[in-house]
Design a protein around this ligand. Structure first.
Ligand code: FAD
Length: 806
């Protein structure tokens, strides 16, 4: 068995050791600089509130698994989890609406929740003053975790299976040979290691630095206080019986601690902690994870608390801490094996809430090679180099702290650390009044104010969104959509996909192994195909363009596919993989007039109708050398044009100039996304991900089972025998005035059977359409389902069923 060293015996280190032991791993050593199990890390003072529901399905699942695990670890005398439920109160009408949306999310993710009136909130928890609130969301399965107790139990089990825990032992360095971990240096000597798992909490960046791995997290202090006893709790004998309370409008949370309360606040100014300031256990009187309390930051939160919980006035404040824990640039944990140092694994920036779920996922990933959940959103390798710049990740992590309890709209752009990457067309786009959002660090136009003039032309056709759907939206988006379908649109696709050049004598063989289609196509042909993981889940839908006998351009959707592909390259293979994303750019010209625009520019290449869908040609547009791919991706004709970054601007200018007589306009990502949904096209990473097989999403035609072998083939055959667990289908909403936004629950009568993955408006139907993932039994011919949106149900008809078997 491999020798595994876990650094840190906080809740993440202990959970990881526990699940590795459960899965049969015996050679585990846990090294902790502090004492066991009150180590001085964040877990030592974590109040343990577990609010499971999150807009991320992944985080919700990890939280559900943590609750299940902690409950299993409980004994009557020493519970590791108190199932007291939670109430999230609404102090504003907007929050109440948001809570209704969250109740929908809970149904989507299979969790029970209830919207309560202000009086019902007070009935559930008599400490709450119902006069100052508009209602609440009650989640009965939430509660308080006791991570130190759980840690003890998990360690006990791991030790019984052969694991060894070292306390008061500090990791000081690593032995890395040929980019592979060989050993860990500690204050108790050297430990040979095949795998190291960094579970060092906010010390992580320091440990990473020793191995040559950047761990992009920012430690921040966060205030937590204890009150004196409350009269209302005078007879209380248990540690906690009252539900947790969260008041996100005031960025506050509350839990009972015997006769008093514990109160947490995110209301205060950000209090970043420099890595060099972080101490070790024993260096200071306080735990290293605790900074001195700054009472001035708690004055306003305290006054707010008195309004919600008037009993606090009599009790008063006892003491407080500024406790430290980790924030990341996108608010998600950092998991997985570092790309540049084999054997160096990371499980960082994880709340107690998700800890055991993460431990399980890490164990599966390390032992089986693939986790059963899609962890791409947490993958440590999701950050390109620009994001490993501290200027970026510090600013963005601080912004995440400030917005931790904000109402998050799916189209809300980040405010800090912008313009990290811009395409060659950026200044042109700005002069057209582009409204930008960010994608993987790129500034990506969402729509162009210059097109606002077109709204008048399409005013009778434009679908007007309302409420939540109309936030971060302009009618200009619809005008761009309609105009593209009638004339032509110019779309900057630079940020849409990652571009990899894969070349060399073994390139065909390598790509055959990676993909489900037969990619041995002719030079100049294009194929869309799946990469499956070892469990037959769809890692990505990629586009493979054969540019030479032994050369391909591969377009991937997500942030981590490039590192996944590199990882699967056999050491001896004669293949070179180069990420050319930042060195190249891409423009799509789409719509019925697209061919006229291109003909006027390069008649020798576009005059006769010689293009077949999925055909690629290298050609010249003026001075610019272009790889053009012909497509009908969005139900309309179009070409995607790739060129170097250096020639991009020339290409844009030529297209814009020649496009004028044909009414070519620049169009943003929002119009493109709606065109995609309208043309009933599913998108990898959005409508399906690596938890789903191709058969589940009805795209079986992209799998060539005649191929001798490809990654995931065996698992796919097995999974198909089992039958699908979920199907991807498309519905239209019967009420033509409604569009939804995504992640709403789908009901069959009163049973939640799935959730929306993509939502948009289909102009040719005059209705809102949604791609959904639903239980197979819910898909019966001519049956109506319904979608819940802000607490209301809307009936919907199935318009596209997936095909289940080959
Ligand atoms: P830690 O518990 O910090 O463990 C890391 C361990 O690594 C430490 O024990 C440390 O000593 C060890 N270590 C570091 N460097 C070395 C080295 N060189 N050699 C050996 N050992 C090393 N989360 C929730 O889910 N719910 C809450 O209600 C909640 N409330 C919070 C309130 C406060 C005030 C704070 C600060 C955090 C709160 N959190 C909460 C967050 C949560 O506490 C942390 O995210 C979680 O405990 C992190 O666990 P961990 O195991 O990653 O880190």
């Amino acid at each position: 068995q491999k020798k595994i060293i876990i650094i840190g015996a906080g809740v993440v280190g202990c959970s990881t050791a526990y699940y590795l032991s459960k899965m049969g791993q015996r050679n585990i050593t846990v090294i902790e600089q502090g004492p066991l199990f009150e180590t001085g890390g964040s877990t030592s003072h974590a109040p343990g509130l577990v609010f499971q529901l999150n807009s991320s399905k992944l985080l919700t699942t990890l939280a559900n698994q943590t609750v299940e695990c902690f409950k299993e670890l409980s004994s009557d005398e020493k519970p590791s989890f108190h199932s007291v439920g939670s109430i999230e109160v609404a102090s504003t009408p907007e929050r109440l609406e948001d809570l209704k949306r969250k109740a929908g999310l809970a149904a989507s993710w299979g969790m029970e929740s209830f919207i309560l009136s202000p009086e019902e909130c007070e009935e559930k928890c008599s400490l709450i003053n119902s006069e100052n609130i508009y209602g609440g969301l009650y989640v009965p399965s939430d509660g308080i975790a006791k991570p130190l107790r759980a840690n003890e139990k998990m360690a006990e089990f791991s030790i019984s299976q052969g694991a060894v825990f070292y306390s008061h032992t500090e990791v000081t360095d690593f032995d890395v040979v040929d980019s592979q971990i060989k050993a860990v240096e500690t204050t108790a000597g050297r430990f040979e290691a095949d795998i190291v798992i960094c579970c060092a909490g906010f010390w992580g960046p320091r440990i990473g630095e020793m191995a040559g791995v950047t761990i992009p997290l920012q430690p921040l202090a966060h205030q937590y206080v204890f009150t004196n006893d409350l009269q209302e709790l005078a007879d209380e004998t248990e540690e906690v019986t009252a539900p947790l309370i969260r008041d996100q409008d005031r960025a506050m949370y509350y839990r009972q601690v015997f006769k008093g309360l514990g109160i947490g606040s995110y209301q205060h100014r950000p209090l970043p902690v420099e890595i060099r300031e972080i101490t070790k256990y024993g260096e200071t009187k306080e735990m290293p994870s605790v900074k001195p309390f700054t009472p001035e930051d708690f004055e306003k939160p305290w006054q707010d608390s008195l309004k919600l919980l008037p009993g606090l006035t009599q009790a008063g404040l006892k003491r407080g801490i500024n406790g430290i824990f980790s924030f990341t640039p996108d608010g998600m944990p950092l998991l997985g094996e570092a790309q540049n140092v084999r054997g160096f694994w990371v499980a960082e920036a994880i709340w107690v809430t998700h800890s055991a779920g993460v431990g399980k996922a890490m164990a599966e990933w390390i032992i089986n090679g693939t986790p059963s959940l899609d962890l791409e959103l947490c993958d440590i390798n999701r950050f390109d180099n620009f994001a490993l710049n501290p200027t970026f990740y510090k600013k963005r992590s601080i912004e995440n702290f400030e917005k931790v309890y904000a109402i998050h709209h799916p189209f809300m752009p980040p405010e800090t650390a912008r313009e990290m990457r811009v395409s060659p067309f950026y200044l042109r786009q700005k002069s057209l009044g582009a409204s930008f959002n960010e994608k993987l660090g790129w500034e990506q136009p969402q729509w162009y104010d210059a097109n606002a003039l077109l709204v008048e032309n399409y005013k009778n056709a434009i679908f007007k969104r309302k409420g939540w759907a109309a936030e971060y939206w302009e009618p200009t988006i619809e005008a761009e959509h309609l105009h593209t379908k009638q004339y032509a649109g110019l779309y900057d696709a630079t940020a849409a996909k990652k571009r990899l050049e894969i070349k060399g004598e073994d390139a065909v063989e390598f790509l055959q192994k990676l993909t489900t289609g037969n990619i041995d196509i002719s030079v100049g042909q294009v194929m869309n195909t799946f990469m499956l993981n070892e469990l037959a889940g769809i890692k990505d839908e990629i586009r493979v363009i054969r540019t030479g006998e032994a050369a391909f351009l591969v377009l991937c959707t997500g942030a981590v596919e490039a590192s996944w592909i590199k990882r699967h390259l056999p050491i001896e293979s004669r293949v070179a993989i180069q990420d050319v994303t930042a060195a190249t750019c891409s423009l799509a010209v789409i719509g019925p007039k697209a061919s006229d625009v291109l003909q006027s520019l390069a008649p020798e290449f576009f005059t006769s109708k010689v293009w077949q869908p999925g055909q690629a040609k290298e050609l010249f547009i003026g001075n610019v050398t272009v790889l053009a791919v012909y497509d009908s991706y969005l139900g309309t004709e179009g070409w995607e044009l790739f060129t170097t970054f250096a020639q991009g601007l020339q290409l844009w200018d030529r297209l814009v100039e020649s496009g004028q007589p044909y009414q070519l306009i620049a169009v943003g990502d929002r119009a493109l996304e709606n065109l995609r949904i309208e043309s009933l096209k599913l998108r990898s990473g959005k409508d399906f991900w690596s938890e789903h097989s191709p058969y589940e999403v009805g795209l079986h035609h992209m799998v060539d089972l005649n191929k001798q072998t490809f990654i995931g083939k065996e698992a796919l055959l097995e999974r198909n025998n089992e039958g699908p667990k979920l199907l991807a289908i498309t519905l239209e909403l019967n009420d033509p005035s409604i569009v939804v936004m995504g992640y709403e629950p789908v009901f069959d009568e009163d049973t939640a059977v799935g959730f929306v993955t993509s939502a948009g408006y289909a102009y040719h139907l005059g209705k809102g359409v949604v791609h959904v993932l639903v239980l197979p039994e819910a898909v019966k011919a001519s049956k109506e389902l319904s979608i819940e949106y802000f607490g209301e149900r809307y009936t919907a008809k199935i318009i596209r069923e997936s095909v289940v078997t080959v």
